[in-house]
Design a protein around this ligand. Structure first.
Ligand SMILES: O=C(CO)[C@H](O)[C@H](O)COP(=O)(O)O
Length: 227
């Protein structure tokens, strides 16, 4: 199976964990697109009722609403039962890098208020150590060149996330800087260092946040329990 078929497999499989009446966090990305498509089908067929979705990006909101899934703002729900999201890398100890799609800030806020978090990935996302995938950090535009320079001085090999010939803007209108680290030896220490740099709003290090992972493999979907 190619990567896209594996993404479709895991996206579809994850909808089996959604039950009628649930408030569901809907992630962002190409794997999540398959999950939202399947959820829309189940809602339209009447197999899943009273589903409320809380989205992690304007892109996912648009897709979900077009499929007839009821969407509420995060602040209009008191909890989220289950969030299903993609990931860019997952290490042996279930730490993750997210934000390849630029939605890391809303994704982390939604994950934080979720009773359960499930990541859906194809097998290529499982790694021994984090860092091959560039680590995104979201920065406020004001003074962001100084944040960039500081990251460069630290040897973190930053690049601006681009959208054509302009800097990419997140749903909060912020910029994203990608750090090309290759290997992250101490994710928690790095996350702590970055989040304390003024101007950085959030990082793509998602540490101790996932409960279950569904991995798309050639032998079918595999479920891994993180905690
Ligand atoms: O974090 C994300 C978006 O900000 C995505 O979940 C992550 O980039 C995985 O995307 P895809 O399923 O397209 O590989």
């Amino acid at each position: 199976m190619n990567q896209d078929e594996l993404k479709a497999q895991t996206g579809k499989e994850s909808v089996k964990y959604i039950k009628s009446g649930m408030i569901v966090g809907l992630g962002t990305g190409s794997t999540v697109r398959y999950m939202v498509d399947e959820l829309g089908k189940q809602v339209q067929a009447g197999n899943l009722t009273n589903i409320i979705g809380v989205t992690t990006s304007s892109r996912t909101t648009k897709q979900a609403e077009s499929l007839g899934i009821t969407i509420k703002n995060l602040d209009d729900v008191d909890h989220i039962d289950l969030t299903i999201d993609g990931a860019d890398e997952i290490s042996d100890d279930f730490q993750g890098i997210k934000g390849g799609g630029g939605a890391l800030l809303w994704e982390k806020i939604v994950a934080n208020v979720s009773d359960k978090v499930m990541w859906i990935v194809d097998q290529s996302k499982l790694v021994h150590k984090l860092g091959k995938f560039p680590l995104p950090v979201e920065v406020i535009p004001f003074g962001s060149q100084h944040v960039f320079n500081r990251l460069e001085k630290k040897g973190y090999k930053p690049t601006w996330r681009m959208d054509g010939d302009k800097k990419f803007r997140s749903d909060e209108n912020n910029y994203i800087i990608d750090l090309h680290l290759e290997e992250i030896d101490h994710p928690a220490a790095l996350a702590d260092e970055l989040i304390h740099m003024v101007g950085i709003v959030e990082t793509g290090l998602f540490l101790n946040r996932v409960n279950d992972v569904i991995v798309g493999t050639d032998e079918g979907p595999k479920v891994l329990h993180a905690r």
